[in-house]
Design a protein around this ligand. Structure first.
Ligand code: PBG
Length: 323
């Protein structure tokens, strides 16, 4: 008989044998930025999460840095009246995100800024690329994603994170960035991004719900066992520096297998809006003990193999519950 209970005698013994730990450095905190001044707008489906204008964002990032989080992910939310068929607001050289990166970098040079590269928050149809015959056209979308990434890089982004799920998007961005050798911007590829119902609350937050159809012709079908790994391999081949599996908790198998196959590549996983909303709602109904389920979920993502976790819980965790 093996005496496993000797590992669990009391808290100190359990701590001694625990080999998965969470640190502030593991977290990437997502931010929604909108035009304007002085506003902090709560997102109803994501209690505790807000949209910020560039000035209020500066204040909030101060707190984030004080908690020890040094990596943030930026999403832009522009007024509906400024959206168009081509998503022009995404790749202009004075876009909302370009201005936000500059403001942030000026004040917090050590902050690591990652930007989402996708057209869905900027197109009037809400799809992630250009439309052709009611479908998203892959190849004409690529130069626009590359230009968007390039503008973010020029403004000072440390990472660009293409999330449109167009084939060849990493290569298109890598080539564009390489034209300016002084740019040090890296690519965090949303490699295995599934067409997930767990993105629901995000689409409210970013006002990016497609006006017709869905994203299943470009985001991955979750009924496939190996495609996620093929997507990761292709992105690395195309020049991605870091890779991502998204969402997190329903895809722990993909995180684990991806990390096993590519042990030297930093693996990021995104605990998405719906995962957050689900835990929040259950906590508010007092069906679950929030700090404990959050801890267990984040540890699970790390145990599966994620080196970094994008989570809306990062600040709350460090502020209130970190033991
Ligand atoms: C943009 C994008 C989405 C998310 C991240 N980048 C939405 C989508 O694909 O519909 C979702 C993040 C979340 O749910 O927290 N394409």
């Amino acid at each position: 008989m093996k005496r496993f209970r000797q590992y669990r005698t009391n808290a100190a013994v359990r701590d001694k044998y625990a080999d998965i730990h969470l640190n502030a450095q593991d977290f990437i905190y997502p931010y929604f930025v909108e035009e304007g001044e002085g506003n902090v707008t709560p997102i109803p489906t994501m209690p505790g999460i807000n949209r910020y204008t560039p000035d209020t964002l500066l204040d909030d990032v101060k707190e984030t840095l004080e908690l020890g989080i040094n990596k943030i992910l930026l999403f832009g939310v522009i007024p509906t009246s400024e959206k168009d068929e081509q998503g022009s607001g995404a790749y202009s050289d004075h876009s909302l995100i370009v201005r936000t990166i500059k403001t942030l970098k000026e004040k917090y040079p050590a902050l690591i800024i990652i930007t989402d590269v996708c057209l869905c928050e900027y197109t009037n149809h809400g799809h992630c690329g250009l439309l052709h015959d009611h479908d998203v056209d892959n190849d004409t979308t690529l130069p626009l994603l590359a230009e968007m990434a390039y503008q973010h890089a020029l403004a000072g982004a440390d990472f660009v994170a293409p999330s449109a799920m167009m084939d060849g998007q990493v290569e298109a961005i890598r080539k564009k960035l390489n034209e300016t050798p002084s740019l040090k911007t890296k690519i965090l590829a949303y490699s295995a991004k599934y067409a997930s119902a767990f993105y629901g609350p995000f689409r409210d937050a970013a006002e990016s719900t497609p006006s017709f159809g869905d994203r299943k012709s470009y985001q991955m079908d979750f009924r496939t066992r190996n495609q996620g790994l093929e997507e990761i391999a292709a992105d690395l081949e195309e020049g991605a520096d870091w890779t991502m599996v998204k969402p997190a908790m329903p895809y722990l198998d993909i995180i684990a297998r991806g990390k096993e196959q590519f042990p030297d590549i930093p693996m990021v996983s995104y605990q998405v809006s719906g995962e957050y909303a689900m835990l929040k709602a259950a906590a508010q109904a007092q069906f679950l003990d929030e700090p404990r389920v959050v801890y267990e979920s984040l540890i699970a993502i790390k145990r599966a193999g994620a080196d970094y976790i994008i989570t809306y819980y990062a600040k709350e965790w460090l502020k209130k519950w970190n033991q």
